[in-house]
Design a binder for this molecule. Structure first.
Ligand code: SF4
Length: 229
């Protein structure tokens, strides 16, 4: 006998380009899904669970079974002996509007601004004026202690790339002041095809050998940004 699983009526599946999310419209919870788990949810609607176990790459059978067990235990999916059609719970929107809201393709991202560090040895007008500095889209001096790892940068760039972003703007502080953080970030750039990579700097540190090598290797386009009083 085959086993079929269906999403519970209150659970909405929203798919991005690769990953996806399950929205529990009754409890307001969102569950993010990786590529493999996204594929499982897609297939649950099409075939018996026994067949899915044999066609998912990237997860072992044990992992697939555990994923389905947790979903079932939390009421996200329900088990059926036959292929069943489960109507979605309507929360007040007519069905045609739900389709309009939930089935839109993921948007393209034109430009991503990425702050690789927040250290700066200048003291410009914005950064000296605490109440206004957070309104500025350019470089900003803030004392963060934590640093983002190379692995996390890779994940962030992957997400940006998935949204078909072609232009990056790297910000600080002055990114060249924390050259190690900048090098760690830039190491990931070779894996993608960003067309334009701008880097905002006050310019004092771009003449060092390390900075020049970095600019040349990654084809960075410096933009000098200083806000003097
Ligand atoms: S160069 Fe940028 S980060 Fe540095 S003080 Fe000026 S505005 Fe702030």
């Amino acid at each position: 006998m085959s086993t079929y699983y269906r999403l519970s009526p209150e659970i909405y599946f929203v798919k991005g380009r690769k990953k996806s999310a399950l929205y529990n419209t009754l409890q307001g919870e969102i569950i993010h899904l990786c590529e493999e788990r996204t594929r499982i949810i897609e297939l649950l609607d099409k075939m018996p669970f026994e067949e899915i176990l044999n066609i998912i790459n990237g997860l072992s059978k044990t992992e697939i079974m555990e994923f389905v067990r947790v979903l079932k235990q939390n009421g996200i999916i329900r088990k059926y002996e036959n292929k069943a059609y489960i109507d979605k719970l309507s929360l007040g929107f007519p069905l045609f509007m739900q389709k309009h809201l939930f089935n839109k393709p993921a948007p393209n991202l034109d430009i991503a601004f990425i702050e690789v560090s927040s250290t700066c040895d200048f003291s410009c007008y914005f950064c000296k004026n605490y109440p206004i500095k957070f309104g500025c889209l350019g470089c900003t001096q803030i004392s963060y202690k934590k640093r983002i790892s190379e692995e996390l940068w890779l994940e962030i760039l992957q997400e940006v790339n998935n949204l078909r972003c072609k232009t990056l703007v790297i910000l600080g502080g002055d990114p060249f002041l924390e050259i190690t953080s900048l090098v760690n970030f830039c190491r990931n750039l070779d894996k993608f095809n960003f067309e334009n990579i701008f880097i905002l700097t006050h310019g004092i540190n771009i003449a060092t050998k390390k900075s020049r090598n970095l600019i040349k290797h990654y084809n960075l386009k410096p933009i000098i940004s200083i806000f003097l009083p």
